[in-house]
Design a protein around this ligand. Structure first.
Ligand SMILES: *[C@@H]1O[C@H](CO)[C@@H](O)[C@H](O)[C@H]1NC(C)=O
Ligand SMILES: *[C@@H]1O[C@H](CO)[C@@H](O)[C@H](O)[C@H]1NC(C)=O
Ligand SMILES: *[C@@H]1O[C@H](CO)[C@@H](O)[C@H](O)[C@H]1NC(C)=O
Length: 211
């Protein structure tokens, strides 16, 4: 079943004249991304439940369910690919905002890098007090920029809007409470994909090509 969908999807992507989604992220990246995000959201759901935030926990659980492998995942990819092909003419892509988002992601990663170097809970607690607001602001800025990139309605914009609601509601704090490694791994992949987007450029005929 999965492989039929994969073949169909590949054929679809190959048959378009746009650069394929496949050229921006690999199957492995996608798999790692979804499995990291899935486990992180499940842990966020449990964390929220233990402190009595049942609606928050339920929201996190629903996001985790959407990320679960199998058909659901493929359907998501399918629909996102369609969004790209139909909604985003590569000519109109907001490269400036994408560059900005990538540079924010670099800052985010370097902040998380500082946090993962710390060895004691006491050091981490001090880091939190001094840096949480900055990390929160960076996440906000990333999402605002992505909303300017994914300006048309569709599943990608929906995804960014969902994340934005969760970030405003304390998602970053929850993730950092659970440990910064998963979040760092996730952001690294997202940044790699975004960098590929923003380093591609249009050629004379208006199509985007890898430099
Ligand atoms: C983008 O594509 C989705 C389907 O993939 C469609 O529902 C939506 O209306 C499209 N948006 C625009 C602005 O064309
Ligand atoms: C975060 O953003 C708020 C307002 O958006 C600002 O007042 C605050 O100074 C910023 N904090 C840091 C550490 O960047
Ligand atoms: C893309 O091309 C334009 C002009 O052709 C150039 O000004 C811009 O810097 C290029 N962007 C990148 C990422 O190389």
């Amino acid at each position: 079943m999965k492989s039929t969908v994969t073949i169909l999807l590949s054929l679809l992507l190959l048959s378009t004249s746009f650069p394929t989604i496949n050229s921006f992220f690999s199957y492995n990246q996608l798999q790692t991304l979804t499995s990291l995000a899935h486990s992180l959201m499940n842990r966020v759901a449990s964390l929220r439940a233990t402190r009595g935030d049942f609606t928050g926990s339920e929201r996190a659980r629903r996001i985790a369910e959407k990320l679960e492998g199998g058909l659901g995942l493929w359907r998501g990819i399918w629909s996102m690919s369609w969004d790209y092909i139909r909604n985003y003419s590569w000519r109109d892509m907001e490269t400036k905002e994408m560059f900005g988002a990538v540079s924010d992601m670099t800052q985010f990663l370097s902040a998380l890098g500082e946090l993962t170097q710390l060895e004691s809970d006491k050091e981490r607690a001090t880091w939190f007090i001094g840096n949480y607001q900055r990390v929160f602001n960076i996440s906000r800025s990333i999402l605002q920029r992505l909303l300017k990139v994914f300006i048309k309605s569709g599943s990608l914009r929906e995804l960014v809007l969902t994340l934005q609601r969760e970030v405003e509601g304390g998602l970053i704090m929850d993730c950092l409470t659970l440990g910064s490694n998963d979040l760092k791994g996730l952001m690294q992949i997202i940044k790699d994909v975004a960098s590929q987007f923003s380093s591609s450029n249009r050629s004379e005929n208006g199509r985007w090509e890898e430099l």
